[in-house]
Ligand binder design. Structure first.
Ligand code: SME
Length: 161
């Protein structure tokens, strides 16, 4: 049975209250834990950062130890990074170059995070249930990402190319 769609408007307000420092590392850790706790049927939530051109480096996450690094030309995260478009995948096994970090993952949502036209990182959500992520979930997670972007300053060490 499908999970009940969370009240993303409420979650956005709660997340806004949680983002009480502008510190990227604190807020990135908090948003991954917050999503893992508040959104049902997830087995992995985390960041991949573009710290060198066209290469994604693992960042703060919740879940099993994950693959690192991921080049822009590989996987669902790479597709989100190079196209700068969200990727909502009902069945990851249907994606030829999907990177299976956790064998439990069956569906995936990846949101690219842009600041002033530059891709800095992507937020990746994995679920054990096929077709876990609806359009509503995508819009809701994008809303949470917007709160994160508004409330967070970028440290020098995160520098995107
Ligand atoms: N499945 C992703 C790799 C990252 S993990 O799911 C944590 C991909 O294909 O890009």
């Amino acid at each position: 049975m499908a999970s009940k769609t969370p009240d993303y408007a409420l979650l956005a307000r709660q997340l806004d209250a949680l983002m009480d420092s502008a510190d990227w590392l604190v807020n990135a850790a908090q948003i991954t834990a917050f999503i893992m706790q508040q959104v049902d049927e997830l087995n992995w939530v985390g960041f991949y950062l573009q710290r060198q051109p066209e290469l994604l480096t693992l960042g703060p996450f919740q879940g099993k130890p994950a693959c690192n690094p991921i080049p822009f030309d590989k996987g669902v995260c790479g597709a989100a990074a190079r196209s700068r478009q969200p990727q909502r995948i009902d069945d990851v096994h249907a994606i030829a170059d999907h990177i299976a970090c956790d064998a439990a993952s069956n569906s995936e949502l990846v949101i690219p995070l842009m600041r002033e036209g530059t891709l800095w990182d992507v937020l990746d959500l994995d679920s054990p249930r096929r077709a876990r992520f609806s359009e509503e979930d995508q819009a809701g997670i994008e809303r949470l990402v917007k709160v994160f972007l508004e409330r967070t300053s970028l440290p020098d060490w995160l520098a995107a190319p």
